[in-house]
Ligand binder design. Structure first.
Ligand SMILES: Nc1ncnc2c1ncn2[C@@H]1O[C@H](COP(=O)(O)OP(=O)(O)OP(=O)(O)O)[C@@H](O)[C@H]1O
Ligand SMILES: [Mg+2]
Length: 493
């Protein structure tokens, strides 16, 4: 307590100086003032002080008034009153107003020192108690904040969370869990785990809670209606190693599952698609090699050509798959050069002529050799070929015998357009939105027997978008469809 700062205010110079001497000798840091007003000025200029030693009767400002002013500025200052016998009553009043005690004049050095020592101790205790209280309040606040923060996090989690205690009561369930398991939404925790509808959930939670030695984490795929959840149950362990409950976390893997199914469907589709042309080519080659057909050289040559056609279509298909994965993984590099879309259309149409003729579908290029010139686009030649070829291929494929497929090029504002129109089977509104999805194929009586991977349009859409273009479809079931690709005209930023 030595070194504590004490302000002594008394208009009697003897008392003032006496106090200063006694207290300084004991190691206190003493400041003196001759009346209330001067005391307040000192206090403001030289504070903070631990203790105020104050006379009551002083000119300009009384001791009680000074006490009030000081405690208004710093409530931690402990006032002690020095009082003459005549003012004892006022001193008692002073203690009522917050003074720690009073020392009647005349007093001995020991009396003064004892009062100061006790006062400072009492002040130190009060300060410590307040610090502890503030600490505890802060900790409680932090704890409450921490709790509400974890609750907020758990509530906001997209994964479902259930907490089950050792008594097998569900003590917490978040909003996602309530969505996954409607029975949780209807009940307010705690409720018995037996009321959970899923037998799988009840079972794995029980296994984890009952695990000998206490530590076991279980993971199981659990189906809730249309959705599949990866369900992970972990024990809540106490410091002594015992299990006080379990946490179950439900992550929605429906999308991943669908993708898995789509991928394996895709693989079997590809295998199927490869099998037929491969078998056909093999058959022709076999005929030639074994000489079983007993044919002349011309006939032999035609057989080899047929095998070749099959090999080419196989290679085209493999290329399509490679392109798609290349775009998917960002490995597809576009070499964009100024191109005339009409020229690309003409080439592609030529390639498809034979197939269209074989199906008795009329294949036309509209506006060829006249009309408005089509603007140049900045495009990758191979990509533009793939785009047009897929649209023409589909149009021919999904148009029954006797129909017509026409390809037109044109301009719409800042875009050059290529549209492929057919008089084929058309698309319903729902199918129109989905045909650009990977693997999506319309399954109907009309598409029965038409093979394909369902990848063509998704490849087209991606390529078009890589050119900052767009693709749309206009169609009516039974009447036909028009697919229109828009690519930005060259030179327009
Ligand atoms: N012109 C069209 N008329 C009617 N339906 C179409 C037309 N073009 C596409 N479709 C429908 O959209 C589906 C997806 O077309 P997409 O080109 O992606 O695949 P695909 O033709 O089945 O197979 P791939 O092109 O990979 O050989 C088709 O299966 C078909 O049902
Ligand atoms: Mg196709």
């Amino acid at each position: 307590m030595s070194g504590a700062r004490i302000l002594v205010v008394d208009d009697e110079p003897g008392v003032r100086e006496g106090c200063r001497k006694i207290l300084t000798a004991e190691g206190y840091d003493v400041t003196v003032a001759e009346d209330g007003q001067a005391g307040l000025e000192r206090f403001e200029a030289e504070g903070p002080f631990a203790m105020l030693l104050v006379d009551l009767m002083m000119p300009r400002m009384s001791g009680l008034e000074l006490m009030r002013e000081v405690s208004a500025r710093d409530p931690d200052v402990l006032p002690v009153i020095i009082t003459a016998h005549a003012t004892i009553d006022t001193a008692v009043e002073g203690t009522r107003q917050g003074a720690y005690t009073y020392i009647p004049k005349p007093f001995t050095a020991d009396e003064l020192l004892l009062a100061i020592k006790n006062g400072l101790e009492r002040r130190a205790l009060a300060l410590e108690a307040r610090r502890l209280r503030a600490d505890r309040e802060r900790r409680m606040l932090e704890l409450a904040l921490e709790r509400s923060r974890s609750t907020t996090i758990i509530t906001a989690m997209p994964d479902g969370v259930l907490v089950i205690n050792a008594e097998r009561l569900v003590v917490l369930r978040n909003a996602a869990a309530a969505r996954i398991m409607p029975e949780c939404a209807e009940r307010q925790p705690p409720f018995p785990m037996a009321e959970l509808a899923s037998e799988d959930v009840r079972e794995i939670v029980s296994v984890v809670l009952d695990a000998p030695g206490g530590f076991m984490i279980l993971t199981r795929e659990i189906r809730f209606g249309e959705q599949v959840f990866m369900t992970n149950v972990s024990p809540i362990l106490e410091p002594d190693g015992s299990t006080s409950g379990a946490v179950a976390v439900f992550s929605d893997i429906t999308g991943i599952k669908k993708l898995e199914t789509a991928k394996s469907m895709f693989v079997s589709m590809v295998a199927h698609e490869i099998k037929n042309p491969l078998a056909a080519a093999e058959g022709w080659l076999n005929l030639v090699l074994t000489g079983a057909a007993k044919v002349d050289r011309d006939e032999e040559r035609r057989m080899l050509e047929r095998a070749m056609v099959r090999m080419r279509s196989l290679r085209a298909m493999v290329n399509e798959l490679l392109n798609l994965t290349a775009i998917e993984t960002g490995r597809f590099q576009l070499h964009r050069v100024p191109l005339d879309p009409a020229a690309v259309v003409a080439e592609v149409v030529e390639v498809h002529r034979e197939k269209a003729a074989g199906k008795r579908v009329t294949l036309l290029v509209e506006g060829a050799g006249g009309g408005t010139p089509v603007p140049t686009v900045l495009a990758d030649r191979a990509a533009l070929s793939i785009i047009v070829a897929n649209l023409v291929d589909n149009a021919v494929k999904y148009t029954p015998e006797g129909g017509t497929v026409s390809v037109a090029t044109g301009r719409e504002g800042m875009y050059a357009t290529v549209s492929v129109h057919d008089t084929g089977i058309g698309l319903s509104v729902e199918d129109r939105e989905r045909v650009f999805e990977e693997f999506y194929r319309v399954r109907s009586e009309q598409t029965h027997g038409i093979t394909g991977t369902g990848l063509g349009l998704s490849l087209v859409k991606r390529l078009v978008e890589q050119h900052q273009g767009s693709i749309s479809v206009d169609s009516e079931p039974g009447k036909g469809s028009t697919f229109t690709v828009r690519l930005p005209v060259e030179g327009i930023p």
